[in-house]
Design a protein around this ligand. Structure first.
Ligand SMILES: Cc1ncc(COP(=O)(O)O)c(C=O)c1O
Length: 387
């Protein structure tokens, strides 16, 4: 099997061996997988691993969840795509609005990056302005890449980074930008919880500036709460973007929000051939039902807290190697003293059958239970003793 046909080894950058295990060709770490079930994964050599990468947060119910697979199979048997938009599209829009009332109108897309780009386009159309502030990661598309290679200077010139969780700075930046500002797009949680003051400042100042507030809830929706940070902290954006765990790994993302803003979709062109593909829509419908029926966010919070407390104990016991614990219960990571230590721990874990990310974030799922968490902490303890 040749890997050289794919520049950079894989099409999903964060799954590169060097991203997961550090630079160098470490023996004994998995590079490609063949299947996944629950919170377990099997590599190309048939070795089994306990997993916390969870498809980079795209899976919160566990891999291959039966109810989701059943719904997907029905859609598969019904033809996947066709000449007309599927009934499922309208049904899912309705179900999402019932559960997340600020999604008065939605559009579906396939990737998170596309959905955030759609929110930015809508904000630019609605305001007639170009400048956008971003906070966090919003995907690979031009508008949010700053000065990256290949991005036109004119595109970088209408984008600036807004630091996370600094209310005074946010107020200053938004007031300085004034009537040039189309949107503020934030990941509401970056490494630590946001302060209420920051969220409320963003809400008040964007309103005052006539700019659109977008919450990029790609990682946080269907995880810290079904409605994400907006639900958890009670601050409503004008537009929200959902993805990842929304369809438990099937490719789907949503941009949604206030009806009057979303109606601007008629004035521009936001569309994709496979946005109405039915398997992912069916998977999302089933995922939402499981989340509601089985109180999934409560489970993630409970097992995540068990893990989080364990990580703090490990930090106290290995303070020379672990300098902190980042994230929140449902998505967390260890902060290591050096790149070398982080690499040694990730490699050591993999050799003992545990895939534990060395940077943000490790994700728990409905398939992680107390026994799995305790075994994970045991392995991490052994690896840290040897690192
Ligand atoms: C907060 C956030 N926004 C946007 C994206 C981009 O989503 P995708 O990789 O599906 O394009 C990601 C992906 O990690 C993300 O975490």
């Amino acid at each position: 099997m040749s890997d050289s046909r794919i520049p950079g080894f894989t099409s999903t950058g964060s799954k590169r061996p060097d991203a997961l295990f550090g630079a160098g060709d470490e023996p004994g770490v998995p590079r490609r997988m063949t299947r996944a079930r629950g919170c377990r994964v099997w590599d190309a050599d048939g070795r089994e691993y306990l997993d916390y990468v969870m498809a980079l947060g795209a899976v919160a119910l566990g891999y291959g969840h039966e109810a989701v697979n059943r719904a997907a199979q029905v859609a598969l048997d019904a033809g996947v795509v066709g000449p007309l938009p599927p009934v499922l599209e309208a049904e899912l829009a309705e179900a999402l609005a019932r559960r997340i009332p600020w999604l008065e109108r939605v559009r579906f897309l396939k990737t998170g990056a596309e959905a955030v780009a759609a929110a930015v386009r809508l904000a630019r159309v609605a305001t007639g302005r170009e400048l956008v502030f971003g906070c966090g990661y919003h995907g690979w598309l031009d508008w949010s890449q700053g000065r990256a290679e290949g991005v036109p200077a004119g595109t970088s010139a209408v984008f600036a980074e807004l630091p996370f969780n600094d209310a005074a700075l946010a107020r200053g930046m938004i007031r300085d930008a004034g009537s040039r500002l189309a949107a503020v797009v934030v990941e509401p949680l970056v490494v630590s919880e946001p302060s209420r003051e920051w969220l409320e400042t963003l809400r008040a100042e964007t309103r005052r500036a006539g700019a659109v507030l977008v919450f990029d809830e790609i990682k946080t929706a269907f995880r810290i709460a079904i409605g994400g940070a907006a639900e958890r902290w009670g601050v409503q954006p004008d537009l929200a973007v959902l993805g990842k765990a929304l369809a438990n790994g099937f490719p789907l993302a949503v941009v949604g929000g206030r009806a009057e803003l979303m109606e601007h979709a008629h004035r521009t062109w936001i569309s994709s051939t496979l946005a109405t593909e039915a398997v992912a829509l069916a998977a999302a419908q089933a995922t939402l039902a499981v989340f509601e029926r089985e109180q999934v966010c409560e489970h993630l919070q409970r097992v995540g807290t068990r893990l989080f407390h364990g990580l703090h104990r490990l930090q106290r016991d290995h303070a020379e190697r672990v300098v902190g614990v980042g994230g929140v219960a449902a998505m967390s990571f260890l902060q290591f003293a050096s790149e070398d230590v982080s690499r040694a721990v990730a490699v050591g874990c993999a050799r003992r059958g545990l895939l534990f990310k060395r940077t943000a974030y490790n994700f728990v799922s409905l398939a992680h239970d107390d026994g799995v968490i305790d075994r994970t902490l045991e392995i991490l303890g052994e690896v840290l003793r040897d690192a």
